[in-house]
Design a protein around this ligand. Structure first.
Ligand code: GUN
Length: 293
């Protein structure tokens, strides 16, 4: 059984990016620049944004952080997005989710210039993803594909089950796993109203769990020899930790791992890859790969 080490893979990719950035800078280009917009003080969002800024440093990128309090108005946020859209020093930016309830998330996402939408959340990037056209891919599914490729997991013609149908993970993941250029697998998507989920999972050669329910996938749901990718990152209380919580995946790792040919752990699996793919998207934005600058 192989443990799919997302942390080590992400470290390798960040070194590859840093080497490319130094070459770019030596030949006169400016450093790629990622901006992040953070609203409020949600613990998870604070941690994600901090890690994104640290990843920028590891890759030799410039970064900037724009902070608002929870009571920011939608108009103020849209004005900030407009400024970032027009700021030529910024190659790409993200607005960290979730947003306060009084702000319309979809309006915010659609206000971002799709050429700077390194999260890949704008409908143009989502649509281009579905069509298999070059664009910024949503970072988590992109990171999972990268792990599957770097670990030489055979995909063509295999049966893939995706648990979850979110806009950020389940939907793009299932599309990419279906596409000839990416997974080239036969895909089933299960969600909260699916019947016989355990039976579906047992058919999977590749099982991707992205439902945010700690320990949902148990040994009886996994076919021996399957590849299991755990996207769950739910904070569960843990008094033995200084932070008071630990991250829990969607998979009962201890009982499922012995059955698998390969499995990604939580933490240290998909999470580090997601941030790393944001860096790759920012590099692509700086180079004008998908959209002319
Ligand atoms: N919140 C949770 N995941 C993400 C992400 O990938 N991007 C942004 N902007 N917010 C998130």
């Amino acid at each position: 059984m192989t443990i799919i080490d997302g942390k080590a893979t992400a470290d390798i990719i960040k070194k590859e990016i840093a080497a490319e950035v130094e070459q770019m800078v030596n030949s006169g280009a400016k450093r790629p620049h990622l901006a992040a917009v953070l609203i409020g003080h949600d613990g998870g969002s604070e941690t994600y944004v901090k890690n994104k800024i640290l990843a920028c440093q590891a890759c030799g990128f410039e970064s900037s952080l724009v902070r608002f309090e929870d009571d920011v108005t939608e108009a103020e946020l849209l004005a900030c997005i407009d400024r970032l859209n027009r700021d030529e020093r910024v190659d790409g930016f993200i607005v960290q989710l979730p947003l306060p309830r009084h702000i319309n998330k979809q309006r915010v996402i659609e206000a971002i210039d799709h050429r700077k939408d390194v999260d890949g959340f704008h409908p143009i990037n989502v649509g281009r993803t579905a069509l298999g056209l070059p664009c910024f891919l949503s970072a988590t599914p992109m990171g999972i594909l990268e792990l599957l490729k770097r670990y030489n997991i055979e995909m063509t013609g295999k049966k893939c089950v995706v648990l979850g149908r979110s806009n950020i993970v389940g939907k793009p993941m299932s599309q990419l796993m279906m596409q000839k250029e990416h997974g080239d697998t036969t895909v089933t998507v299960c969600h909260s109203h699916s019947r016989n989920i355990a039976d579906e999972c047992r058919q999977a050669d590749i099982l991707i769990a992205a439902i945010g329910m700690p320990g949902y996938v148990t040994a009886d749901m996994v076919k021996p020899g399957a590849v299991v990718i755990d996207v769950g990152t739910t904070r569960v209380p843990d008094a033995s930790r200084p932070s008071g919580f630990r991250l829990s995946g969607d998979v009962q790792f201890d009982e499922v791992a012995p059955l698998c040919s390969a499995i990604s752990p939580v933490p240290g699996g998909v999470g580090p890859m997601t941030i790393c793919m944001l860096m790759l998207n920012t590099l692509a934005a700086a180079k004008g790969i998908y959209y002319e600058k």
